[in-house]
Design a protein around this ligand. Sequence first.
Ligand code: CAO
Length: 440
Amino acid sequence: MATQQINIPDIGDFDSVEVIEVLVAEGDEVAVDDSLLTLESDKATMEIPAPYAGKITKVTVSVGDKVAEGDAVFEIEVSEAAASPEKAEQKAEEKPAPAKAPEAPKEAPKPAAESAPAPTPSPTAQALTKPVNAQSMGAASHASPSVRAFARKLGVDINTVSGTGPKGRIQQSDIEAMIKSVMQGGAGAGQAQGGMGIPSVPEIDFSQFGETETEELGRIKKISGKFLQTSWLNVPHVTQFDECDITEMDAFRKSMKAKAEKEGVKLTPLVFVMKAVVKALQDFPSFNSSLSPDGQSLIKKHYYNIGVAVDTPNGLVVPVLRDVDKKGIYELSRELMEISGKARDGKLSPKDMSGGTFTISSLGGIGGTQFTPIVNAPEVAIMGLSKAKMQPVWNGSEFEPRLVMPFSVSYDHRVVDGAEGVRFTTTVGQYLTDLRQLIL
Ligand code: CAO
């Protein structure tokens, strides 16, 4: 074993070039041609390859240092095989370019123009993709200097990009695909994906498998899709499932149905749920809040506007019923009928859909046992109602037939913790089981 010093080789006309990446750390094993350093001048970026195989024993250079030809940057304990003149010769033969004499590496690294497209990985470039040490290589993001420069120019953190090249090497097209997916996700998605590098879904020509037909999404689906994706990506969701006994509530609702019809309204469980939810929001104010844009504080709202997801032929819309805490069951039923009718006729104004503090998505009229609704950000939580069914419930001495409604609440885990989440659903359930509690 012999220790050799690694110096900056001939780097052309540059005499003071900044180190922008140190790709190895002390203790790393490297092979000949593995990339050790990336340098960047105002004209080009270049990688300094290892002239020997062995173990790095000393790193004398850091990011931000300026280096010139001849500067000592590493010490390496050269492995037997590479140190042997026979093997070294053999290697030089195997890798005609760039050939490096162990004693005095003179081969100038190839500068890559910043705007140059990503080169097709050559055998040498592929060798660079071998992870020397994943930790010291900044999560082992393998990319050529020109691709790194391209990423930097566009403000993309290379470590967040998934490479599709050989051995996971990042190519210019990977960076372009990432930027494209962020742009297609809209402004919100840009915020959501900041630094997360969510890879795009591959484009597939489905016609190769059978006949297809392309139908453009409706306007509402296009708009709501962006909001849903933004929320899905921004909000760490937790969904709490629960169920409650609504036997008494439904008996009451049915007993009031005829009277309600005379008032010109149709009573469904949803309006009772709205009242129970508002009471629970008053008990748990964080569910009626929004996170400040910097994520550092909670904006608690002292008004209770409930958004109701309405299924329309054109897609999902969420009109808002205002001041639900101040309104009675008939008034709410009337408003719900009016606003859902307006939604189905495509006549909602932006004002009808703004100012919500909490949303309810009721699929109970259709079916289902449970589902995970997506928070209507910047609200903090959303409730999903599923279909109530008669079930045998043990009352302590016997099974009784009871009407049980499953429901779920998805919430932003940055705002609500799990214990609070289940306390909220338990409280809503208790109010729905015994509506008298709503007037206490
Ligand atoms: N369990 C059992 N039955 C229920 C129920 C529940 N949880 N919720 C409603 N029902 C019953 C109603 O009582 C009514 O029956 P009757 O006519 O016998 O009284 C029937 O189901 C139909 O109710 P409805 O759906 O017309 O009325 P609603 O007040 O419950 O809901 C509205 C109104 C606008 C929310 C609803 O029509 C709607 O659009 N729901 C779909 C919402 C949606 O798509 N959400 C998904 C969002 S995520 O993609």
